[in-house]
Ligand binder design. Structure first.
Ligand SMILES: Cc1cc2nc3c(=O)[nH]c(=O)nc-3n(C[C@H](O)[C@H](O)[C@H](O)COP(=O)(O)OP(=O)(O)OC[C@H]3O[C@@H](n4cnc5c(N)ncnc54)[C@H](O)[C@@H]3O)c2cc1C
Length: 343
């Protein structure tokens, strides 16, 4: 027997700590409940003809700007299992509700490589493919083999191979044509048993050096990344936030040359013919670092992170993001794109 909870506060379910509620909330603990969910009497009326269904993991990449008038499915499908294993690699399936960092711990404690640089990213395994989470030179797409999902509109199962997922920088098919349609139920990863340290990203090597480690294990790298992240990022349990609010913009060589002429010292990472510019640098130069007005502000140590100092509403946070976008555009003629999902 499954149950829809009515008029539920989403305050504990979003890391921005915004106090909104959902008309209906359904805790999805096992796949078998999905069929029952689709059979709930009045489902179409409650969900605006299936258009108002939101799948929620840990709410660490979401900004609610008002009450959610529809059904929130809180994905709590657990379980990690080994599907295949040989001398060099292991194929692991994680239920979509598995906490991402628990999966990292599971892998590194067994000496498996591939996701150690993604340690301490908040959220669930099921959300990892949605924006193709990434940090310290590694992306989820590097290790995802396949994603299993349920199409909430058609009631059909989908199996998407890595190449079907449309992975890009903080992007995938789940943010595009399958947005609000596909409920990801499990993600399958290929991890390596052979040492494959990725230390080129600034800070990781230095942190390991500081610890006197020259030949790190996957676990050493996860610990180093965890320490770096703890020193740089606000803990959502103490200060509401959703990590980077904006994506780092990517520009053509012509735009890059113009920017470099106007703003000598502007940093960029070359990616083929394009240049990726740290959005945090642009926001800082536009004068927002450490800005605070009432309940909202720009984190003092990283201007890419917008924070809720108390009882901010989603609207207040969104307004601040609009003001930042506008001033960055005025200064650099670059349009910042949001990384956070605004609901
Ligand atoms: C302090 C902090 C640091 C962060 N650092 C990073 C970082 O380094 N790199 C990075 O990439 N991200 C980072 N993030 C963002 C966030 O952790 C990731 O985007 C994470 O994957 C979100 O997981 P979640 O379960 O909280 O998803 P939610 O916020 O609940 O959902 C995010 C989106 O995914 C959809 N979704 C969630 N679960 C499913 C599912 N099972 N099926 C279909 N759709 C689903 C939701 O509908 C929503 O659109 C950070 C966030 C915080 C707060």
């Amino acid at each position: 027997m499954i149950r829809l909870h009515t008029n539920v506060s989403l305050l504990p379910y979003n890391t921005f700590g915004v106090d909104v509620s959902a008309s209906y909330l359904f805790y999805l603990n096992q796949l078998a409940d999905l069929d029952n969910f689709m059979e709930i009497p009045g489902l179409r009326e409650m969900s605006g003809n299936l258009k108002r269904i939101l799948v929620l993991g840990q709410g660490s990449n979401i900004l609610f700007t008002g009450d959610y008038e529809g059904i929130v499915i809180k994905n709590e499908i657990g379980g990690i299992r080994i599907i295949e294993e040989d001398d060099s690699s292991v194929i692991v399936e994680a239920g979509a509700g598995v906490i991402w960092n628990d999966l990292v711990d599971y892998a590194v404690s067994r000496g498996w490589w591939g996701i150690e640089n993604l340690a301490l990213i908040p959220g669930t395994a099921g959300a990892a493919p949605v924006q193709n989470i990434g940090a310290y030179g590694v992306e989820a797409a590097d290790v995802i083999v396949r994603v299993t999902a349920f199409n909430l509109e058609t009631g059909q199962w989908l199996v998407l191979e890595n190449s079907d997922c449309g992975f890009g920088y903080r992007d995938s098919i789940f943010k595009r044509s399958l947005k609000n349609k596909a409920l990801i139920c499990s993600v399958i990863f290929r991890l390596s048993k052979r040492a494959e340290p990725r230390l080129e990203y600034s800070g990781v090597r230095e942190e390991l050096d500081k610890r006197g480690i020259s030949n790190p294990s996957a676990s050493d790298i996860a610990e180093a990344v965890t320490a770096i992240r703890r020193s740089k990022l606000p803990d959502p349990a103490l200060l509401g936030n959703a990590g980077s609010f904006f994506k780092n913009p990517t520009v053509s060589e012509a735009v890059w040359l113009r920017l470099k002429g106007d703003h000598p010292g502007i940093p960029a990472h070359r990616q083929g013919d394009l240049y990726k510019i740290p959005a945090g640098w642009l926001i800082e130069k536009a004068g927002w670092k450490g800005y605070r007005s009432g309940n909202v502000g720009c984190y003092e140590r990283q201007s890419l992170i917008l924070v809720n100092y108390g009882n901010a509403t989603g609207r207040e946070i969104l307004d601040l993001s609009d003001r930042i976008t506008e001033s960055v555009y005025l200064m650099f003629e670059i349009n910042l794109e949001k990384e956070v999902n605004v609901i």
